[in-house]
Design a protein around this ligand. Structure first.
Ligand SMILES: Cc1ncc(COP(=O)(O)O)c(C=O)c1O
Length: 491
């Protein structure tokens, strides 16, 4: 009880409600790790006596914590903390749509996770990275912990310039900006270029994390429907004229969530349109390396002779997301704004990790790793393709991607993928319902399955089980309608 004695409530009538003050104090204990997963909260009467408040105040604050899944009630036993600061892989309760809507899922043990497009941790080159980290510390000593220049550690930028030379992205080293992950790249581009009320264009559907950034800047977002080979060009041109957007955000290779790769012809046409209307393009290249069968994954940036494309490259999917490392290639036109936005955001990306990545790239371990990731992802990809062909009910529409980790499906007759999710999560299979990727966030029939976080056995078993569940789901009565048909079918 000692901890709880520290709670000070302001009982002045003009202050915040007591139950909210109490909720905040308790939440603070949980978030700071002072209360750990499994700890029991004091019985309601005891706490109310101690704090000299009404029972209802304590009950209401516990209820607020429960609604956030920070605590849970055991009938007849009390209220327990469900969240562990140091191991937040799991709340004590299973995944809920509300969490997935925020871009997170909390997994129960043994859940087959088709929802996450993040690689499983067993693929990470931990030992190799430990070696380069130690080497950097021995070599650079304290300098590894000093402020790094905002644009990025020069030798790393040099190594990255050489790396993208191989992909025909020819740029000056001064146009490379190191970022703490692609998400930060999107954020600083928005910070540097957008004013409140500006228009931004995205693909429909698109990556939720980017939409959230643009919304946070007060931008108005316009989506352009995707077709099998990329954006609908008529719609794109019409909307450029109508809205004069600041930029178009897109993923031309293995698009998230649809897995679509644009045809070379469309990539070229989009660049022509960009030139005609002086439109900036933000190319999010989060995955083009996972091309298994052909060379159709060339980047827009490598075709960009007019310097209109801001290129974002992430190392999260192909190396380790926790490194928070990526880089931008910034056109001259917006160089000042974007570099300033990075500086005002966090001064620089971790110098230690930049140095370690530079050494990792230089040593050639990187080439081995990328080959290893390629084979691992390809095995998963092929297992997925085989399982889909074998088990997925015929009524479900899809077009298979040519690489990457994302597969996009459509349920028949406007059935809701959110409703399907609510059913499968109980059987410990999760995926990403399609509404997460659309602007209006309305329930849709679309859903995304990712192969990044599942192994081959899980894929085989999971797709069979999921297909069986879809069969049951399709035959169930009393479905509610999704009204998704306003979107052009994209696959
Ligand atoms: C399309 C896309 N862009 C950016 C990101 C964020 O990547 P990072 O971890 O590099 O910030 C993700 C993460 O899933 C993504 O799917």
């Amino acid at each position: 009880m000692k901890l709880f004695e520290k709670i000070k409530l302001d009982k002045d009538v003009s202050s915040q409600h007591l139950y909210i003050q109490l909720y905040k104090a308790l939440k603070g204990f949980i978030v700071e790790g002072k209360l750990k997963k499994g700890d029991r909260l004091p019985p309601i009467r005891k706490l109310s006596e101690m704090l000299e408040v009404n029972n209802v105040t304590v009950v209401s604050s516990y209820r607020m914590l429960e609604e956030e899944k920070l605590v849970y009630k055991k009938i007849g036993s009390g209220t327990y903390v469900a969240f562990d600061l140091h191991n937040n892989e799991g709340f004590d309760h299973g995944p809920k749509t509300s969490l997935i809507e925020q871009g997170h899922i909390q997994l129960e043990k043994n859940t087959i996770n088709f929802a996450s497009a993040t690689p499983s941790t067993d693929l990470f080159p931990v030992d190799d990275f430990k070696e380069v980290l130690n080497e950097v510390l021995d070599r650079d000593k304290g300098s590894a912990f000093g402020y790094q220049e905002s644009q990025g550690y020069y030798p790393l930028r040099l190594a990255l310039k050489e790396y993208i030379d191989n992909y025909n992205i020819i740029t000056d080293i001064n146009n490379i900006q190191i970022i703490s992950g692609a998400q930060q790249g999107i954020d600083i581009i928005a910070k540097g270029l957008l004013n409140y009320g500006d228009y931004v264009m995205i693909e429909g559907p698109s990556y939720r994390g980017a939409m959230a950034v643009f919304e946070s800047r007060g931008a108005k977002i316009i989506d352009i429907p995707l077709e099998k080979d990329g954006l609908n060009l008529q719609d794109l041109e019409k909307k450029i004229i109508a809205y004069q957007p600041k930029f178009l955000y897109m993923m031309p290779n293995f698009q998230n969530p649809t897995g679509i790769s644009y045809s070379l012809e469309k990539k070229k046409k989009i660049l022509e349109i960009a030139e005609k209307y002086h439109l900036l393009i933000v190319e999010d290249d989060y995955l083009s390396d996972l091309n298994f069968y052909n060379n159709e994954n060339i980047t827009l940036k490598s075709l960009d002779h007019k310097d209109l494309v801001i290129y974002i490259k992430s190392f999260s999917k192909i190396l380790m997301p926790g490194l928070r490392l990526g880089f931008l290639v910034v056109p001259r036109l917006v160089y000042g704004e974007v570099l300033l936005a990075k500086h005002t955001t966090d001064i620089s990306t971790s110098g230690l990790l930049q140095r370690a990545l530079e050494l990792y790239l230089k040593k050639g371990t990187w080439q081995q790793h990328i080959r290893y990731m390629g084979t691992q992802y390809m095995e998963r990809f092929e297992a997925m393709v085989r399982s889909i062909k074998e088990y997925m009910p015929q009524e479900v529409e899809y077009t298979l991607p040519k690489g990457g980790v994302n597969f996009w499906f459509k349920l028949p007759k406007g059935l809701s993928s959110k409703e399907l999710y609510e059913m499968t999560v109980k059987q410990k299979i999760v995926f990403a319902p399609g509404h997460l990727f659309f602007l209006n966030n309305k329930e849709t029939s679309y859903f995304r399955l990712s192969t990044a976080a599942v192994n081959v056995d899980e894929i085989k078993y999971g797709i069979k089980e999921l297909s069986d569940m879809i069969n049951v789901f399709m035959r169930k009565e009393n479905h509610h309608s999704t009204q998704t048909n306003e979107y052009t079918p994209i696959l």
